[in-house]
Design a protein around this ligand. Structure first.
Ligand code: ZN
Length: 208
């Protein structure tokens, strides 16, 4: 409990091209901030009491009947329970289609010969202490990622984020969670430069 209280309320920084993991209790709020603008943060969430339950892009987009989510929208799990709800959003454009960038992303799309481990590798490292194996990392909710879709052909492109310095998205935990969160490592997603991500946790219990 002491460890949890230490990080609550203070703004934390995720350095460029890195990631972290932490827990939320039901009712806690997580604010993800883009401090400089045009920087993506990949978010994954697991039920803290049963990590086989994880956020599901497929179920969430199916139930929303849209691919762009914003304030008021719930993020569902693979078991159709709501894990998080978006309660505030100053940008209104995020992606929930694409997997975390990875060694393979950089090898296949960018042609890198010595690829960075990407959000996937950063999430895997951050989630390992919680007993979550790399194969259980799903499609992330990609905060601030701007992926327009051609309505006729279905073609997708990765464009610069619409977020400006200080923009944020706020999530409320609907159950006890393990969260993985990154400052994305892909050039294309972040308009050509790697920047930090800030986040803040506001504990529901701390306000009592
Ligand atoms: Zn990434």
């Amino acid at each position: 409990m002491v460890e949890r209280m230490d990080v609550a309320g203070a703004v934390q920084e995720i350095p460029p091209r890195s990631g972290t993991a932490f827990t939320l209790a039901r009712g806690d709020r997580l604010t993800v901030i883009d401090p400089r603008g045009e920087q993506v943060a990949d978010l994954v969430a697991y039920n803290r009491h049963d990590t086989d339950e994880v956020i599901s892009s497929g179920r969430t987009l199916d139930y929303a009947s849209r691919i762009y989510l914003t304030a008021g929208d719930p993020l569902y799990s693979n078991r159709s329970n709501i894990l998080l709800r978006i309660v505030e959003d100053t940008v209104g454009r995020h992606d929930f289609l694409l997997t975390p960038c990875s060694v393979d992303t950089f090898r296949i799309i960018y042609g890198d010969t010595n690829p960075h481990r990407g959000c996937f590798g950063n999430l895997a490292a951050a989630l390992e202490p919680y007993g979550i194996a790399p194969d259980r990392i799903p499609v992330a909710f990609n905060c601030f990622m701007n992926v327009p879709v051609d309505g006729k052909t279905g073609a997708i492109t990765v464009e610069p984020p619409l977020s400006k310095a200080g923009d944020r998205i706020v999530f409320e935990a609907e159950t006890d969670l393990i969260i993985g969160l990154t400052a994305c490592s892909a050039l294309q997603s972040n308009n050509g430069s790697f920047k930090p991500i800030h986040y803040r946790i506001d504990r529901a219990a701390a306000s009592a």
